[in-house]
Design a protein around this ligand. Sequence first.
Ligand SMILES: Cc1cc2nc3c(=O)[nH]c(=O)nc-3n(C[C@H](O)[C@H](O)[C@H](O)COP(=O)(O)O)c2cc1C
Length: 360
Amino acid sequence: MSGNWGRNLRLSIFGESHGAGIGMVIDGLPAGLPVDEGQIATEMARRAPGKDPAATARKEADKVRLLSGVYNGKTTGTPICGLIENTNTRGEDYGNIQTLARPGHADYTGFVRYGGFNDIRGGGHFSGRLTAPLVFAGALARAFLAREGVEAAAHILSIEDVRERPFRAEDLTGNKLKKLREMSFPVLEEREEAMRQRIRQAKEEQDSVGGVIECAAVGCPAGWGSPFFDSVESRAASLLFSVPAVKGVEFGAGFEIAAMRGSAANDALCLEKGQVRTKTNRNGGINGGITNGMPIIVRAAVKPTPSIARPQQTIDYRALEPAEIQVQGRHDPCIVLRAVPVIEAALLLALTECALEIKK
Ligand SMILES: Cc1cc2nc3c(=O)[nH]c(=O)nc-3n(C[C@H](O)[C@H](O)[C@H](O)COP(=O)(O)O)c2cc1C
């Protein structure tokens, strides 16, 4: 059952891009957690389309209707259902993909997997729109983790070949991460214009670009997570790879750690004001699948938007004939900016799953 995730925090996602609505059922959060609908709306607005020229022209309010599990502004402890109605659908944009598979998208695989019964309008259940419920659930996870002293935020590390610096120790305070979350285009350096330029250029050329998002969580105590299948990395990666268009995930020094010597890759343990810390953080705050008290650092590679306007070679998957496709409709030339709060949500939800395991 691909729509369900988690053991302690149980998520169930539903909906299609151009159906009546999309949403999430969240079970496992404790009773009495304050639910700030304004805060949820702020998070949803960070992901919503139509707010930035670098993103899609489709405008959606993305208002979450809380159907259950919240009473007098607090969680009841029973399943929480958040529904987001689809208000701006243009099914006709997808007329020419009835049988032509968009390269890089899930039209062909979805057709095979569901025997042709899947709702193809706007990508159906495979649409990036399904990340809205993740952001909703992430907002609740954020509220839960705030009580534990955890803060998480992400920045755009690269767009195409424009790259800025990764997080440094001085960026990793709760207050600085909070400020990052308030930025409309979250970057650590002055690379916004160069990144936007790449996005504009790709759009002009009827093409798209991808990029890397780096996310940090601070304030996690040592001892969250378990070895093997329930490691912090396994749980976070499973949610991060659930995000459409994420094709790579790495923690700490990531793939670069493979080229290091042990003496460089090892994070020397030390004591700071009686607290166990490490001098460096090449392991991204995780050893043996368990948090070590240092910031959790994760990066996600987001591919270029598959739906591009320029002609591409494909097949008609019903007739099994070669074809050419020119994708119509309102597609982001780059989905990295809109994916930032989604990546944060994925990490927050994975950490909530780990925290709830300890509290059992
Ligand atoms: C926030 C967000 C928005 C997206 N918007 C689009 C879009 O406008 N057009 C498109 O073709 N793909 C978009 N995608 C990506 C597709 O949903 C994704 O590439 C597709 O489902 C295939 O899955 P895969 O790339 O993980 O293999 C978006 C993804 C995210 C996270």
